[in-house]
Design a protein around this ligand. Structure first.
Ligand SMILES: C[S@@+](CC[C@H](N)C(=O)[O-])C[C@H]1O[C@@H](n2cnc3c(N)ncnc32)[C@H](O)[C@@H]1O
Length: 260
């Protein structure tokens, strides 16, 4: 199933609408990813402190879910995304919330930012969407300062994720989105991530699992309610309680240091 990246233009005004399928990335997904990323930066002593305003680049910023969280942590955030509609939505939402975030239209393969400008860069649910992963990683390394931190999360290519992809977007009786959100063949295993990042000048320090922490009954009931129109996508995301897990079969999260 060919990935449908045009959906970010078609649905791009609805990122912050609880009834939009794009909101599956918000709710517990934003909280769970942020909890891990924040913990990593804390361990490394890279969270904003005192009068410092470190810089962060959100590659594939979508509606700005994580960009806004990083701005609230005290980073000077730049967000880059190819979808003009999404960029405008993210810009409007940040402005309405009084957040100063520099959003730019562009692709990860050719980031519209200067060399070594960022202390932190993150690719959250983006590497499985891009046409040239190695070019995105090379660009990430280029724009990070030496020793800068690259945070990432992306689906793992396993039989479990193949089944989950088919269930959620393909099979008529179980699907929860009516577009090709993902193409399983574009997923990366943790070993591939480590190798390909190393080739582009970034050394992975850790990989962990990301997945639902809710039980099967809760997840099944939430999906059934969604299909019956009794739950919003936001409620489903919250009920799944996404976050760091020991199980790595669905998503990988991790971080790397830029060695240039
Ligand atoms: C699943 S969304 C993730 C959005 C956001 N990172 C989040 O987690 O909330 C994937 C995003 O990647 C963007 N994208 C697609 N191709 C890209 C590319 N070549 N470079 C950068 N971003 C890309 C899409 O426009 C979309 O906003």
């Amino acid at each position: 199933m060919t990935i449908d990246n045009d959906v970010y233009d078609r649905l791009g005004t609805s990122w912050w609408d609880d009834h939009s399928p794009l909101v599956l990335l918000h709710g517990s997904m934003t909280t769970g990813r942020l909890e891990y990323f924040r913990g990593v930066l804390d361990r490394l002593g890279r969270l904003p402190a005192g009068n410092e305003t470190p810089t962060a680049l959100d590659i594939g910023s979508g509606g700005g879910f994580l960009a806004e969280e990083f701005a609230r942590l005290g980073f000077a955030v730049t967000g880059v995304d190819p979808s003009e509609v999404s960029v405008q939505t993210a810009r409007d939402h940040a402005r309405a919330g009084g957040l100063d975030i520099d959003y730019r239209t562009g692709v990860g393969e050719r980031l519209p930012v200067r060399d070594a400008a960022f202390d932190v860069a993150y690719c959250s649910d983006v590497l499985e969407h891009v046409t040239d992963v190695d070019a995105v990683l090379a660009e990430t390394s280029r724009v990070l300062r030496p020793g800068g931190v690259c945070l990432f999360d992306t689906p793992n290519r396993t039989l479990t994720s193949k089944l989950a992809t088919a269930m959620t977007q393909r099979w008529r009786l179980t699907r929860v989105v009516d577009f090709a959100a993902h193409d399983w063949t574009m997923f990366l295993t943790p070993a591939e991530l480590v190798g390909r990042m190393r080739m582009q000048g970034m050394v992975v320090q850790e990989t962990v699992g990301l997945g639902p922490r809710a039980g099967w009954t809760t997840m099944g009931a939430s999906l059934l309610r969604l299909r019956r129109g009794r739950f919003t996508y936001r409620q489903v995301s919250d009920r799944f309680d996404m976050g760091q897990t020991r199980n790595r079969s669905l998503f990988t999260m991790g971080f790397a240091l830029n060695v240039g």
